[in-house]
Design a protein around this ligand. Structure first.
Ligand code: GAL
Length: 429
């Protein structure tokens, strides 16, 4: 835990130093002489933690090989799901000192940056690299406003995954992954009797991640997708039931861990039975030690769609941007080209636990869990993630996070429902 804090502070300091460096020189050059004289490219993300950093490193290696005149400056800010990173990013954007490129989720989150005028369109890259032919049209729609495209998606992640420890389930007499919310609650109760943690949980945002999964599983895909339209129903009985399900499921959660990794680790170590988390957890479970836990799939950990969500892929996509006023615009474009490339995506995604956003990737690289994800992505119904920026913008997400935070203290379902309905009404989205 101490290590994480140290790295968060170090990274924030690095971010501040680079902010000063960028302010001091038009060309984004660091200290003079040798390696430092190369032009630096500040890449802003939140991939510092075990599992996630592996993917970034793989893409960085390609970038450095292809651009010997550029230095990759890792401005990542620690903290899963990027809540802390986005807070710093907002400050940087408001001060007109953007990084050269930053990570943003395709969908409503990105649309927020576009509407705020923070981004340059990158249509020229789509033309030059013929990217319209290799990205799914629905994905391009999520990053387009008025015919302009504003980012380069690097992956597709799945939010609705139930990770579980087969041995802990066996010990509790649970025959397999629960398929419905009701079966899930029965399984959680059975695990509780063994003394193990039924459901592991991480920091605050992981409760919202759990909520989006319970909403999808309890309401069904059609009603969930309607929540983001003019026909939404936040106040009716189906939502009350979904929130009661959420309350019940949360009552089986263990002690909140520091972030998503330690919560996932409780499953891999056999301390907990279940964890509902995005498939970045796969990279963490599976990658060799140092970057990951080096665990064996199907033995140390296994997966299934989150209860009640089989046949639906709740998706999100990490994309990189070209901020207006990027100190090293050419360097940023060089990074975007790697992020857009087949080579870059095929290096990044198997490590990150995601599948490529491009449709022409080398499928043989995506085995085990990732083969399931590829096949479900092309055949399932789709739903967008709340916590990871697809269906709600940052303001709406913050309101949902606050409502869930309060609920964890007062356990008042009616109040939570009112707060969620109010957040939807005032979202202005
Ligand atoms: C998501 C992001 C993923 C992963 C996850 C946990 O928001 O899209 O790439 O990093 O957070 O940090």
């Amino acid at each position: 835990m101490r290590r994480r804090w140290v790295s968060a502070v170090a990274i924030t300091m690095a971010g501040l130093l680079s902010l000063t460096a960028c302010g001091g020189g038009e060309d984004g050059q660091g200290a003079s002489g040798g390696e430092a004289a190369k032009k630096q490219v500040e890449v802003f993300s939140w991939w510092t933690g075990p599992g996630e950093a592996d993917g970034l490193t793989a893409m960085r290696e390609i970038f450095e090989k292809q651009n010997p005149n550029l230095t990759f400056f890792d401005a990542a800010v620690a903290g899963g799901s990027g809540d802390k990173a986005r807070a710093l990013l907002t400050t940087k954007l408001q001060a007109d000192t953007p990084p050269d490129t930053f990570q943003g989720h395709a969908g409503a989150e990105l649309q927020g940056y576009i509407k705020a005028g923070d981004l340059e369109p990158v249509n020229f890259l789509y033309d030059e690299l013929k990217l319209r032919d290799v990205y799914p049209k629905q994905l391009i729609d999520q990053i387009t406003v008025d015919g302009n495209i504003y980012s380069v998606p690097v992956n597709i992640h799945r939010s609705n995954v139930l990770w579980f420890n087969p041995a802990v389930l066996k010990e509790a007499g649970v025959a397999g992954a629960p398929k419905t919310i009701e079966e899930f609650i029965t399984a959680l109760e059975a695990v509780k009797k063994t003394g193990k943690v039924p459901l592991s949980i991480g920091s605050e945002w992981t409760a919202v991640h759990l909520l989006e999964n319970v909403l999808l599983g309890s309401l069904g895909t059609e009603a969930y997708n309607q929540l983001w339209t003019a026909n939404s129903d936040w106040s009716g009985p189906a939502m009350t039931k979904a929130l009661q399900d959420f309350q019940k499921i949360m009552s089986y959660a263990g002690t909140p861990q520091d972030d998503w990794q330690p919560a996932a680790k409780q499953v891999a170590d056999g301390e907990a039975a279940f964890n509902i988390m995005g498939d970045w957890a796969y990279g963490y479970f599976h990658n060799p030690p140092e970057g990951g836990l080096g665990k064996t799939s199907k033995t140390d950990f296994d997966w299934a769609p989150a209860p009640g969500t089989e046949g639906t892929f709740m998706w999100l996509s990490d994309s990189f941007t070209l901020p207006k006023g990027a100190p090293n615009r050419d360097g940023a474009i060089a990074w975007l080209k790697v992020a857009a490339s087949k080579e870059g995506q095929d290096a990044f995604n198997p490590k990150k636990g995601s599948i490529p956003a491009r449709t022409d990737a080398d499928k043989s690289l995506y085995t085990d869990y990732l083969a399931d994800a590829l096949s479900d992505w092309s055949s399932n119904k789709l739903a967008g993630s709340i916590q990871h920026g697809v269906v709600v913008n940052d303001a709406w997400r913050t309101a949902i996070n606050e409502a869930v935070g309060l609920f964890q203290q007062d356990q008042d379902v009616a109040k939570l429902q009112q707060a969620l309905a109010a957040a939807a009404k005032s979202s202005g989205q």
